[in-house]
Every structure is written in structure tokens, then in C-alpha cells.
Design a protein around this ligand. Structure first.
Ligand code: AMP
Length: 211
């Protein structure tokens, strides 16, 4: 049973690394961003509540997040453990998880400079159909504006525009970064530099996990 949190600013390689570690350990990654985007697409009550916050690059209220995460981690496919990606994002969310009796083995903080975040996110393009992601400079699709995997038109996420990214970074520093100290005090924090290849970073993470 391994329970992990991947912490980091938007545009850190959290999602990519969580995916790799998930496969290696045979446990799921729970991404509140993905869950919320799916809820918005389906038009559920949660989606309706979350949409305006997400489009503005603001945090969705804690009670919405705590509700969806509490429900998700109770599912049978989480019995062997899980990785949280993009949650908790506030001290209130971390305290809610702790009050629910959940303890984490490791909290991996991916350390990425603000300038790197800005460049990555503003150039990010995603396929709304299959979820594939590209970057206009570092990982362009073969045909400009079209998904390599399914041919669908690529889009820029509403929250990846320059102004919204700057705002999301501010929120990261004020609301989410204090979680490092929170988990440091519980002796589970490990900082991993966001430098080098995907494999390099993954090696550092696996070393933290003792694997
Ligand atoms: P992400 O894909 O993780 O960057 O999430 C996209 C957006 O969903 C964020 O900018 C927030 O509006 C919302 N969101 C995702 N996770 C959380 C969370 N744990 N707490 C509050 N808002 C969240």
C-alpha cells in the first residue's frame, strides 16, 4: 500500500511523472484537474460549480474538491494505494485528508522555476478528444493544429493563456507552497528538481521511493 502526493506548480512535470510512477507501481493516479475537466464536459453539478473558477485560473472551493477526492479514494481500485496529482492544493484540503485518517508515505515536490512554467504552459496544446498533449516548440504535432493520435483539432486550454498562467502561479505560491512545510513537519516531504530528461527526473523520484 503506497500513498503518494505529487506537488508542484502548474506545468511542472507532475502529471507525466505521476503517470510513469503509476504504471511502475500498479496504482492509479487521481488528478482533480482531470476529474473536474471531465465533470465540466459532462455537465454534472460539480462541473457547473467548478467551470468559472477553472476558466479564471482560480482554485475550485475546498468543499467541492474534498468531496470528490473522498469519494474517489474509497473506490476498490484504490485499495492498493494511489497517487494524488494536483491535490491537495490548500492547507484546508491537506487537513481534510488527514482528518479522514489518510497518511501519505511520500510527498514529492517537483521544483520548477516560474519562467519555465510560463513558457511550457503558454505553448501547450491539447487534444480535447483523446487528451494527448503537445507543445508548439518542444513537442509540436506533425500537422500543425491537429492531433497525431486521432486527427482532432488541437486547442489551447482556457487556463493556459499568459495572464491566467501568471495568476495560477501566484495562487500556487500563496496557497499551495505552504503545503511543503506542512508535510516537511510530518517528515514525508522530498524535493525533486525539474531538470533533465523525463527519465532523469523519474530516477530521482524512484530513489526517493526507495525503488
Ligand atoms: P490542473 O489540471 O491540476 O492544473 O487543474 C486545473 C484547474 O482545476 C485548476 O486551475 C483549478 O481551477 C482546478 N483544480 C484542480 N485541482 C484542484 C484542487 N485540488 N483545488 C482547487 N482547484 C483545483
Amino acid at each position: 500500500m503506497m500513498k503518494l502526493i505529487f506537488l508542484g506548480p502548474p506545468g511542472a512535470v507532475k502529471g507525466t511523472q505521476a503517470g510513469i510512477v503509476s504504471k511502475k507501481l500498479g496504482i492509479h493516479t487521481i488528478s482533480t484537474g482531470d476529474m473536474l475537466r471531465a465533470a465540466v464536459k459532462e455537465g454534472t453539478e460539480v462541473g457547473k460549480r467548478a467551470k468559472s473558477f477553472m476558466d479564471a485560473g482560480k482554485l475550485v472551493p475546498d468543499e467541492v474538491i474534498i468531496g470528490i477526492v473522498a469519494e474517489r479514494v474509497e473506490k476498490p481500485d484504490c485499495a492498493k494505494g494511489y497517487i494524488l496529482d494536483g491535490v491537495p492544493r490548500t492547507i484546508a484540503q491537506a487537513e481534510a485528508l488527514e482528518s479522514a485518517g489518510i497518511r501519505f508515505d511520500h510527498v514529492i515536490s517537483i521544483e520548477t522555476e516560474d519562467d519555465v512554467v510560463k513558457e511550457r504552459l503558454v505553448g501547450r496544446r491539447v487534444c480535447p478528444e483523446c487528451g494527448a498533449t503537445y507543445h508548439t516548440v518542444s513537442n509540436p504535432s506533425k500537422v500543425e493544429g491537429k492531433c497525431d493520435a486521432c486527427g482532432h483539432e488541437l486547442i489551447q486550454r482556457h487556463d493556459d493563456t499568459a495572464d491566467t498562467v501568471a495568476h495560477r502561479l501566484e495562487i500556487y505560491h500563496s496557497e499551495t507552497e505552504p503545503l511543503k512545510e506542512f508535510y516537511q513537519k510530518r517528515d514525508v516531504l522530498a524535493k525533486v528538481e525539474d531538470e533533465g530528461s523525463i527519465e532523469d527526473i523519474n530516477h530521482r523520484i524512484m530513489a526517493v521511493l526507495g525503488l
